[in-house]
Design a protein. Sequence first.
Length: 84
Amino acid sequence: MKKIPAVTPTIPDVNIKVTFPKECDIGVSYCRMLLHDTLLNDDGFRTGISDTPLCSCGVEKESVEHVLLRCQKYTEARQLMFDN
Ligand SMILES: [Zn+2]
């Protein structure tokens, strides 16, 4: 029988206690954001699936932080989330 090597996942040091949501799809998205393994251009450019790391707004790289906190394309959705 073929042996399967042990795998120890490495999660970047986020300096906070991480609590994962109970919903599987949200938990998977959360892990992908923590591991910089998203379909956003910054991650895609690093892995070769995007031609540019920039956001289509043209202001900066399309990173998780940019999309969640600063991108002008999502200002209305961000405000709606914070208000509810
Ligand atoms: Zn943007």
